[in-house]
Design a protein around this ligand. Structure first.
Ligand code: KG4
Ligand code: ZN
Length: 314
């Protein structure tokens, strides 16, 4: 990564195929695969960028939040690299990295902006004040949006990662076929709650199975996707209106969702907000976005020492 915006190389080692066998991420397997892959991935990234460690100014690494075993592999590798190559170390928060994926896609984008971060583990609505400061306006009280998609998709018999397949299926369904709840959190209009909605779909599936019938999966996927997206859009639009935001940004794995992208684009156009979303290649987890955020952390003078530890929470 050069200057926080220019991706010199991006190498992604995916473990999705292996976790699919178990219907979700198995933390123990995730850590082991990270340990196996990390040396080769770093070497390949340097090769593809046609440079050596001599050309590198700093090493950035995700230190939180996430699966602790996988984070520890990255953090320890980065510390070793930093020590052996004499390079400064920069710790990056995973949510911040997802937000930075937008800088790779839209060179003109600069904070402040309102951002909806939606991933497998997080659903945050935040006012991003500058490159390293945010005010969290709302968050999920239970499941994250990606988790809600994945769990419902699993109950529908779709492969992991369910959100991706549910989104595809939903494109061919009737979103008005099933009436589903649109939970909100009383007294906290920017917070989200998806567990009741997820349970409603799982109950529909169980009841149908008990009667020996099958529900039209496309229609159920479309109705469910609409309900989740309705909740995300409802709170985001309200926050944008109440905070007077001029720019609206989405980030995280779920920002690849076709309906969410369409709906927020329409809302932004109707209200006169500029709308930004990451290129599909940078919606899911990748190192380019970590390096981009790392650049801005370094610019702000935020360096980590060799005592850096991984943390599972935000
Ligand atoms: O950001 P990410 O790659 O990993 C985490 O940090 O969690 O997000 C992964 C999540 C998964 O829950 C996955 O199902 C969801 O993003 N996802 C989608 C779509 N693509 C990925 N959810 C809905 N629609 C999609 N198109
Ligand atoms: Zn992520």
């Amino acid at each position: 990564m050069e200057d926080g915006r220019d991706v010199r190389s991006s190498v992604v080692a995916s473990q999705v195929e292996e976790h699919r066998l178990y219907g979700g991420v198995v933390p123990e397997i995730a850590s082991r695969r990270h340990a196996e892959a990390i040396c080769g991935v770093v070497r390949e990234a340097l090769e593809q960028a046609a440079c050596t460690l001599e050309d590198i100014d700093a090493v950035a690494v995700t230190s939180s939040p996430g699966l602790i075993g996988a984070l520890l592999v990255g953090v320890n590798f980065a510390k070793g690299l930093s020590l052996s190559a004499g390079l400064p170390l920069v710790a990056v928060n995973h949510l911040w990295a997802h937000i930075a994926a937008n800088y790779l896609t839209e060179p003109a984008l600069e904070p402040p902006f309102l951002c909806l971060v939606v991933s497998g583990g997080h659903t945050h609505l935040a006012h991003v004040q500058d490159y390293t400061r945010m005010e969290v306006l709302g968050r999920t009280r239970d499941d994250a949006a990606g988790e809600a998609f994945d769990k419902a998709a699993r109950a529908m018999g779709l492969p992991y990662p369910g959100g991706v397949f549910l989104d595809e299926l939903a494109e061919r369904g009737d979103e008005t076929a099933f009436r589903l709840p649109h939970p909100s959190v009383e007294g906290a209009p920017y917070d989200f709650s998806f567990s009741g909605l997820k349970t409603a779909v799982i109950n529909l599936l169980h009841n149908a199975a008990q009667k020996g019938t099958e529900l039209p999966r496309e229609d159920l996927a479309a109705s469910y996707r609409k309900a989740v997206v309705d909740c995300l859009v409802r709170n985001t639009v309200r926050a944008a209106q109440e905070t007077g935001a001029k720019r609206l940004v989405i980030a995280g794995g779920v920002s690849a969702n076709r309906l969410l992208r369409r709906r927020l684009e329409e809302e932004a156009a109707a209200h006169g907000w500029a709308f930004f979303r990451p290129a599909l290649a940078y919606c899911g987890d990748n190192a380019a976005m970590v390096a981009a955020q790392g650049f801005y952390e370094a610019q702000a003078g935020h360096f980590a020492g060799l005592t850096l530890n991984a943390s599972p929470s935000f």
